[in-house]
Design a protein around this ligand. Structure first.
Ligand SMILES: Nc1ncnc2c1ncn2[C@@H]1O[C@H](COP(=O)(O)OP(=O)(O)OP(=O)(O)O)[C@@H](O)[C@H]1O
Ligand SMILES: [Zn+2]
Length: 808
C-alpha cells in the first residue's frame, strides 16, 4: 500500500489546513482523525485525500475515528465555500455544521500508573482505584476531590506521576444526566396506597407519594421540587426509604416543541394566486436543477400553504426538504402547520434540544428516516438526504446572520449556495423582502412569485399619529387618540397589543419640538451620542462633531439625549388602565422554558387584555380578538445607527400590521411618530412595499451601500485603548494601499465602544458584489499580508474579526 496524504482541518482560527500521511486506504474526506499537532494530539477532519507529496516532512495520522464519513461531500464543499467566502478557518465552518455530539473535541482523562511504589493509606488507595475503574476525566476529578485530604492527595499523585493525564478524542455523544424519580421496579402503587392506614395518609410524605402516582414518571428531581411543595428532599428520600420509588440518572430532556396533530387530510387546496406560484416551483423541481424564487406575499397571503405544497411535491419526487425559520420558539404555528401535513417525516431542530436529541435528529435525517428538517439558522447544514427544496421563511430576518463566533455566515446565502451545489430549488419567502433579495430579482438571479392579496380577512387600517400634533395631548406614553381607542376596545372586551422599542444600546439626540434626530452628512445614518466626549459620531465613516446645542432643523434648543435603559411603558400603561390585565413579552420574559408559548397561550385564551412588548410580539402570532395595535415609539427604530434603519422600520410596521385584522373583526394599527412623512412609515401605511423598495434602493445606491456593494466589517478588540486605535489605523492604511481610498471607511469606535472589558473599534470596506469566495479570500489575504508588514509593536494584543456581508 502506497503512502497517501490527507489534508486536515482543525477547529481553530488558523485558516490553513495541514497535510499528514497515512497508509490506511479506508480514509475518506469527511472522516475525523486523531493526529499529532505541535506537542499534543488533536482531532481534525479530513478534507482532501491525495498523493501529492508535500516538500516537507509529514507526520502520520495516529487514528481514524470514523468508519464512514460523518459529513457528506456537498456539506463538506459547502463548508469550504464558507471558509473562503466568510474568511474563517475551514475547521470553524465544519464545526458549525456538525451537531454538538460530533464536534471536534477531546477531553483530558486520568490514568493510574502501573506498579508504582509508595506508602499510601487505604483512603488514598480508594481514590486511585476509583480513577482506574471509572476512567475519570480531569474535570470530574477536580470536582470530586475539591478540598481536604482528597485534594492534597490528588495533587501529590499528579506531581509524582502516579496519575497521568492523557488526552482522548471525544467521540461518543455524551450528555448531561440528572437525577430522576420513578416508581420502583416491581412496586404496584395501587396496592401500596390501599394498604395504608388513616394516620399514614395524613403525613405529608405519603401525600407526596399519592401525588407522584398521578404523574408521568420518571421526572427530574429538580422539576418535581419546583412543581409542588409536597415534593421536598425529605419527602422524596422518605418515600425512597420505604422502597416505593427509586432514583435513576437520565439525560436532561430538551424543551419540547408542541408539534400539534398529524392530520394530512387537512391539506388545503391552493387558491389561484398560490397555484400560479406553486406551478412555477413545481416545474423547477421537475427540472431537477438549481433555481431560486423570491416568494413575495403580504402577511397572511398564504405563503406557508405554497411551501407545504412545494415540499409535498419534492417528497413525491423522492427528495428531501429543508425549512429555515427565524426562531423555532417564535414560530410555533409554522411548525404545527408543517407537522399537520408531514407528521413524523419532519425532524425539528432547535437550540433548546439537548445534545442527545440533536444527535438523534441529525441521525434520523442522515439515515433517511426523516426527510424534512425544520429549524433556525444552523439547520441549513442538516444532513437531509437527496435534497430537493430549501425554504427560507421570513428571508429578511436578522437572525439568519451569525455574528459571533466565526463562521459569520448568512444562512440564506448558505442555503442558496447549498441548493446550487445540490441542484435543488430555494424559495425565499417574505412580506418585506430584504433589499439584497429585491435587487437579486432585478438582476434576474431570483424569479419573483407574487401573492398580492389576503385570502381571508382584510388588510388592517394603519393610522399614523403625528407626535407634533399631540405634544400637549398625551396620556403617559400614549396620544389621546390611541388612549381613547384602547379604552373603547377594552370596553368591548377586545384585546390590545402595544409595541415599543427598547431604547437600544446606542444613545442618540432628539429634538423635543420637531422630533428631528441628527444624521451623518457622510452616510445619512443617525448619529450616535457619545457622552464621555460629548460628541455625535458616525461609526461607519468615522465622522464626528461636537454634540449639537440647537436643533439643526428647527433651531430649538430643546434637544434631549435618549439612551439605553428600558422605558417604564408597562407601568405607565397599567396606571392608565388600572383594571386591565397586562402581559409583557420581551427577551426577559420569554427566555425561560416555553416562555414564549406560555405568554402566547395566555393571551390567546383571553387571560389578559393588553399584551405589551418589544419586536417579538410582532413575530408570527395570530390573535383573532386583537383589534387595536399601538406602536408606541416608532422613531426609536429610525434612530438606529444603521443604513438599514428605514428597512427595519418598514418590516416592523408591516409585521405589526400583519397581526391585526386576521379574523372577522377589523383591526386598526396606530403608529405614533415624529416623522409621519418618512417613506418607511408612509409606505407601510398603505402596504406599498414596492414604492418603499424603490426609495430605499435609490438611497442605498447613492451611498454605495449594500445591495450595491458587499460590506466587510473589521472589528478590532483589545483591553488596551491605545493599541486598538493604532492597530485599527494601521490596518486601514494597509487596506487603502491594497484597494485605494474610496471603498474604505473608518476606523472609528464601534457603537458599543466598550464591552466585556474590551475596547471595540471598527472599519469597513465596500466591495463590488461580483467578489466571490475565491476573490474575497485573495483580497483579504493580500490585505493581511500588507498589514503584517507594517503592523505596529504589540499588535498581537488586538484581535481582528472579519465579518463579510456584515450588514445588508
Ligand atoms: N388555499 C388556502 N385554503 C384555505 N385557507 C388558506 C389557504 N391559503 C391560506 N389560507 C389561510 O390563510 C391564513 C394565512 O395563510 P398563511 O399563514 O399561509 O400566510 P402567510 O403568508 O404564510 O402568513 P405570514 O405572513 O404570517 O407568514 C391561514 O390561516 C391559512 O390557513
Ligand atoms: Zn427641532
Amino acid at each position: 500500500m502506497n503512502k497517501q496524504f490527507a489534508d486536515i482541518a482543525f477547529p481553530t482560527a488558523v485558516r490553513q489546513v495541514f497535510t499528514y500521511e497515512t497508509r490506511d486506504d479506508s480514509i475518506k474526506p469527511g472522516m475525523r482523525v486523531w493526529v499529532p499537532l505541535r506537542n499534543e494530539f488533536a482531532i481534525g477532519m479530513v478534507v482532501r485525500v491525495h498523493d501529492n507529496k508535500p516538500d516537507f516532512e509529514t507526520r502520520p495520522i495516529e487514528r481514524i475515528l470514523d468508519s464512514d464519513p460523518i459529513m457528506n461531500e456537498t456539506v463538506l464543499n459547502l463548508t469550504e465555500w464558507i471558509h473562503r467566502f466568510y474568511y474563517c478557518s475551514w475547521g470553524e465552518a465544519i464545526q458549525a455544521a456538525l451537531p454538538v455530539g460530533l464536534n471536534f473535541s477531546s477531553e483530558k482523562r486520568l490514568r493510574v500508573k502501573k506498579g508504582f511504589k509508595a506508602e499510601i493509606t487505604e483512603e488514598e488507595l480508594a481514590i486511585l482505584k476509583e480513577i482506574e475503574e471509572k476512567s475519570i476525566t480531569l474535570k470530574e476529578a477536580e470536582k470530586r476531590w475539591r478540598d481536604g485530604k482528597g485534594k492534597t492527595f490528588f495533587k501529590k499523585a499528579l506531581q509524582h506521576g502516579w496519575i497521568t493525564i492523557w488526552e482522548e478524542p471525544r467521540q461518543k455523544v455524551d450528555f448531561k444526566k440528572v437525577k430522576h424519580w420513578q416508581i420502583k421496579k416491581g412496586v404496584d402503587p395501587g396496592s401500596v396506597l390501599e394498604g395504608l392506614t388513616e394516620n399514614e395518609r395524613e403525613t405529608k410524605w405519603v401525600q407526596a407519594f399519592e401525588k407522584l402516582t398521578t404523574l408521568d414518571l420518571p421526572m427530574p428531581n429538580s422539576e418535581l421540587q419546583e412543581m409542588d411543595d409536597l415534593f421536598t428532599s425529605y419527602s422524596l428520600n422518605r418515600i425512597e426509604k420505604e422502597g416505593w420509588i427509586e432514583s435513576v440518572d437520565l439525560p436532561v430532556k430538551g424543551e419540547e416543541i408542541y408539534k400539534g396533530v398529524f392530520e394530512p387530510e387537512k391539506l388545503n387546496s391552493l387558491l389561484d394566486q398560490q397555484e400560479d406560484a406553486f406551478e412555477q416551483i413545481r416545474d423547477a423541481l421537475d427540472a431537477e436543477t438549481f433555481k431560486s424564487f423570491l416568494l413575495f406575499g403580504v402577511t397572511g397571503s398564504g405563503k406557508t400553504e405554497v411551501y407545504i405544497h412545494a415540499l409535498k411535491h419534492a417528497l413525491d419526487q423522492g427528495r428531501g426538504g429543508l425549512v429555515l425559520v427565524p426562531e423555532i420558539a417564535l414560530t410555533p404555528q409554522t411548525v404545527k402547520r408543517f407537522y399537520q401535513i408531514f407528521g413524523d417525516q419532519i425532524a425539528v431542530l432547535h437550540s433548546r434540544l439537548n445534545e442527545r436529541e440533536k444527535y438523534e435528529a441529525w441521525q434520523s435525517l442522515k439515515s433517511g428516516e426523516k426527510r424534512i428538517a425544520i429549524g433556525p439558522r444552523s439547520a441549513v447544514f442538516a444532513p437531509v438526504e437527496n435534497l430537493g427544496l430549501i425554504v427560507v421563511d421570513e428571508e429578511h430576518d436578522n437572525s439568519y446572520k451569525q455574528f459571533d463566533p466565526a463562521p459569520r455566515y448568512h444562512a440564506r446565502d448558505v442555503a442558496i449556495m447549498r441548493a446550487h451545489m445540490e441542484g435543488a430549488v430555494t424559495i425565499l419567502g417574505s412580506a418585506t423582502p430584504g433589499m439584497v433579495s429585491v435587487q437579486a430579482v432585478k438582476e434576474e438571479k431570483h424569479t419573483l412569485l407574487h401573492l398580492p392579496i389576503r385570502p381571508t380577512g382584510t388588510m388592517p387600517e394603519v393610522s399614523i399619529l403625528d407626535m407634533k400634533e399631540y405634544k400637549s395631548a398625551m396620556r403617559g406614553p400614549l396620544t389621546v387618540e390611541l388612549y381613547d381607542e384602547t379604552k373603547k376596545a377594552l370596553d368591548r372586551k377586545e384585546q390590545v397589543i402595544f409595541l415599543y422599542n427598547r431604547r437600544g444600546f446606542a444613545s442618540f439626540m432628539q429634538c423635543e419640538d420637531c422630533g428631528h434626530i441628527p444624521e451623518s452628512p457622510e452616510s445619512s445614518t443617525s448619529l450616535t451620542y457619545h457622552k464621555r466626549k460629548n460628541i455625535l459620531l458616525d461609526h461607519y465613516s468615522g465622522y464626528s462633531r461636537r454634540a449639537d446645542s440647537r436643533c439643526e432643523m428647527c433651531g430649538s434648543s430643546n434637544l434631549k439625549t435618549k439612551g439605553s435603559g428600558t422605558q417604564q411603558v408597562e407601568e405607565q400603561v397599567q396606571e392608565l388602565f388600572p383594571d386591565a390585565r397586562l402581559l409583557r413579552m420581551d427577551m426577559d420574559t420569554t427566555s425561560g422554558k416555553d416562555g414564549h408559548q406560555k405568554i402566547y397561550d395566555q393571551f390567546l385564551s383571553g387571560n389578559a387584555d393588553i399584551l405589551i412588548g418589544t419586536q417579538i410580539v410582532a413575530k408570527g402570532l395570530d390573535f383573532p380578538n386583537v383589534t387595536v395595535v399601538g406602536v408606541v415609539n416608532a422613531d426609536t427604530e429610525l434612530a438606529f445607527p444603521s443604513f438599514r434603519a428605514g428597512e427595519r422600520m418598514y418590516q416592523l410596521l408591516s409585521q405589526v400590521a400583519g397581526r391585526a385584522g386576521r379574523a372577522e373583526k377589523p383591526g386598526v394599527v396606530y403608529v405614533q411618530t415624529w416623522k409621519p412623512d418618512h417613506p418607511a412609515i408612509k409606505c407601510a401605511r398603505t402596504h406599498d412595499f414596492k414604492t418603499f423598495a424603490r426609495y430605499e434602493l435609490h438611497q442605498r445606491e447613492m451611498l454605495m451601500f449594500p445591495p450595491y456593494s458587499r460590506m466587510i466589517v473589521f472589528q478590532f478588540k483589545s483591553q488596551s485603548w491605545s493599541k486598538v486605535q493604532t492597530v485599527a489605523d494601521k490596518f486601514c492604511d494597509a487596506m487603502r494601499m491594497v484597494v485605494g481610498e474610496n471603498p474604505v471607511m473608518g476606523p472609528s469606535p464601534s457603537v458599543i465602544e466598550w464591552m466585556s472589558g474590551k475596547y471595540q473599534w471598527e472599519a469597513n470596506i465596500k466591495l463590488d458584489r461580483k467578489y466571490n469566495g475565491h476573490a474575497i479570500e485573495k483580497l483579504l489575504n493580500t490585505i493581511f499580508a500588507k498589514y503584517d508588514a507594517i503592523k505596529p509593536k504589540g499588535a498581537g494584543a488586538v484581535r481582528i474579526n472579519v465579518d463579510v456581508d456584515a450588514v445588508e
